[in-house]
Design a protein. Structure first.
Length: 277
């Protein structure tokens, strides 16, 4: 029984979901401010949680055959979770997303559906193509826009997050895909990271993170809006990237596994600093 429960928790990618929900909660506090209520935050997180469950389940269902060859210990290939069980979990997530998301109005629900739909499209189409980075670039800046629309605090200046999201989305995509490069190649997947290879891919990730930090610092200086938060965030991200370079140099496998938390936290920190400046 315990093994089954743990398998169903693992199935929709529990750790990334927690990371996304945590980042969303912080963004809500920054974007909405004093008008944010506990019930509003809870409804928003439930809506996002449901959508992320759908994204994670679809990813596992699409990859089930390749996982049988390369990752037989995952919930479905191991036999602990059935295909029908996975589909039922995905359906439950979809219902939760629609019910909780609809409470913020149709515009919010459309953006929520679009964001999670991009995640589903990644698993079905983009993951196996050289455009595997594209969904990340679009979905990442969509998150704060969705939050702002949901709580009726959206400003057109937030659309500037989309071009800025290119570097952040690229870094997070590469970092998340790094541990799977060998397995993806065995499965015949032709995407950005399998083409680049591990070393080149991780270098692109570093360049993207440092580039994002430099761009945001430069934009703050040009607009005469350089805050101590932005400066501190850029400094922390730069030090994190340098530390990650050293970790990868001397402990390659550990460096690969550390890439995603470092990239995600770096992009999140820069986003928080930019929005709150």
């Amino acid at each position: 029984m315990k093994a089954t429960v743990l398998a169903y928790i693992r199935l929709p990618h529990f750790v990334p979901i927690v990371a996304v929900l945590s980042a969303t909660a912080i963004l809500c506090i920054i974007i909405v401010g004093d008008e944010l209520t506990g019930s509003g935050l809870l409804r928003l997180l439930l809506a996002l949680f449901g959508g992320q469950v759908v994204v994670g389940v679809v990813n596992e269902l699409v990859d089930v055959e390749s996982d049988r060859l390369t990752k037989p210990d995952k919930p479905i290939p191991s036999g602990i979770v059935t295909i029908n069980g996975a589909r039922n979990l995905g359906l439950a997530g979809l219902l939760l997303m629609l019910i909780a998301g609809a409470s913020f109005g149709w515009q919010s629900l459309v953006l929520l559906t679009l964001g999670n739909g991009i995640g589903v499209a990644y698993s079905i189409w983009f993951k196996r193509s050289p455009l595997s980075w594209l969904p990340y670039v679009v979905a990442l800046p969509l998150l704060p826009v969705w939050i702002a629309v949901s709580f009726d605090v959206f400003e057109t200046t937030m659309l500037a997050l989309f071009p800025l999201g290119i570097l952040g989305g690229l870094a997070i995509h590469i970092a998340q895909a790094l541990p799977d490069i060998d397995a993806d190649r065995v499965a015949g997947i032709d995407n950005l990271t399998t083409r680049l290879g591990q070393t080149s891919a991780i270098r692109v990730c570093w360049i993207a993170l440092l580039g994002l930090s430099i761009v945001l610092m430069g934009a703050s200086v040009v607009t005469d809006d350089l805050s101590s938060r932005m400066f501190a965030a850029s400094a922390i991200v730069t030090l994190s990237v340098v530390a990650h370079m050293l970790l990868y140099r001397f402990r390659q496998r550990v460096g690969v596994m550390a890439a995603f938390p470092i990239a995600a936290s770096s992009v999140g920190l820069l986003a928080f600093a930019w929005i709150a400046r």
